[in-house]
Write a new protein. Structure first.
Length: 343
């Protein structure tokens, strides 16, 4: 990828050519979203399962690759989506960022804190835009909540993330990088950090009850279906998050409640994205307009056009801090101890 303008440097208004690495359900979702846009065209799809990559690539005639290195070496891309399992994020993300190519990286930023540090460093060394896809944060309503809490310290936060999750073989195997806590739970950990501030320590417990059906051949099946986390915030408050993976036939519950000295709020999440509550005796109501998935991509592409890495909703450095809480929670599950979160 040498010679000519750096990836992402096309003139304002030009159609940019995107590549997707990972043609699973989230990669397909991104391909569908990009197909609705007139400022991006899907030019290449990479997956270790070439037939799966070809299915995603077929609609727009994109090139198909088995190895992400071959895809990047072939050139011709302006943007990259990395939608592999998190164990595979660091290699392509770091290579693309070092070349100056903007990257949209699916959450979590990585599987290990070490890989996350590599991605954060690669993003910091250059000027390439990198966004991490924590799409379900109810961005509009969250802004209203944070404004209402600006002069207040959260004393109590309670959240639930319960429902069906798209199951993949790697999701059920901790060795393969999966786990209910990391996949479903990290969204709520991230939201708790955005509302109540940094988490300094974690406690955790897991249930021994199976809640979600398994299919033959779906990985090692060594994850817990139900987990409860206790988060200790730097401001002195506590947060409790209940995460459960259930049958997709059951209704999901996805919300957060927050209490401060003279304020209380409830933030309902996907699909409602609505904030209700009271602060200092005055009601607070807000909704988040627009589909979170598309809003996240819109902001990423706007940041690319502006050449401003800080314009994205979610940076690798912020995602790495959420990952540090999640990995501390996994250690707490293993040991039963209160685990300090790495800085």
């Amino acid at each position: 990828m040498t010679g000519g303008p750096a990836p992402g440097d096309r003139p304002r208004g030009a159609t940019r050519r995107a590549g997707i690495i990972g043609a699973g359900w989230i990669g397909r979702r991104h391909a569908e979203s990009l197909a609705e846009r007139d400022d991006v065209t899907l030019a290449a799809v990479c997956d270790t399962d070439v037939a799966r990559a070809a299915e995603v690539a077929a609609a727009g005639g994109a090139r198909v690759f088995r190895d992400w290195r071959d895809m990047l070496d072939a050139g011709g891309l302006d943007l990259l989506w990395v939608c592999t399992p998190p164990l595979g994020h660091a290699g392509p993300a770091v290579a693309a960022l070092r070349s100056g190519m903007p990257v949209y990286l699916e959450k979590p930023v990585a599987r290990s804190d070490e890989d996350a540090a590599q991605i954060v460093a690669a993003a910091a060394r250059g000027q390439a835009v990198c966004a991490v896809g924590y799409q379900w944060r109810a961005v509009g309503a969250l802004g209203e909540l944070r404004a209402a809490l600006a002069s207040r310290t959260v004393g109590c936060l309670v959240g639930q993330s319960i429902g069906g999750t798209e199951s993949r073989p790697w999701f059920l195997s901790k060795a393969a990088g999966g786990g209910n806590l990391l996949e479903r739970g990290s969204h709520h950990i991230d939201l708790a950090r955005a509302i109540a501030g940094e988490v300094v320590a974690v406690q955790a417990a897991e249930a021994a009850v199976r809640l979600a059906p398994r299919q033959p051949g779906q990985g090692d099946d060594d994850i817990s279906d139900a987990v409860t986390l206790l988060l200790h915030f730097a401001g002195g408050g506590l947060g409790t998050i209940v995460v459960a993976w259930t049958s997709r036939d059951l209704p999901g519950r996805y919300w957060v409640e927050v209490t401060a000295a003279d304020a209380a709020f409830r933030l309902d999440l996907d699909p409602d994205f609505r904030l209700t509550g009271v602060a200092g005796g005055s009601p607070v109501v807000a909704t988040s307009d627009g589909a979170p998935f598309e809003r996240s991509v819109d902001r990423f592409l706007a940041a690319v056009r502006a050449g401003d890495p800080g314009q994205v909703f979610y940076t690798p450095a912020d995602a790495a801090r959420t990952l540090a809480v999640a990995t501390a929670a996994e250690q707490a599950l293993r040991t039963g101890a209160t685990v300090r979160v790495s800085s």
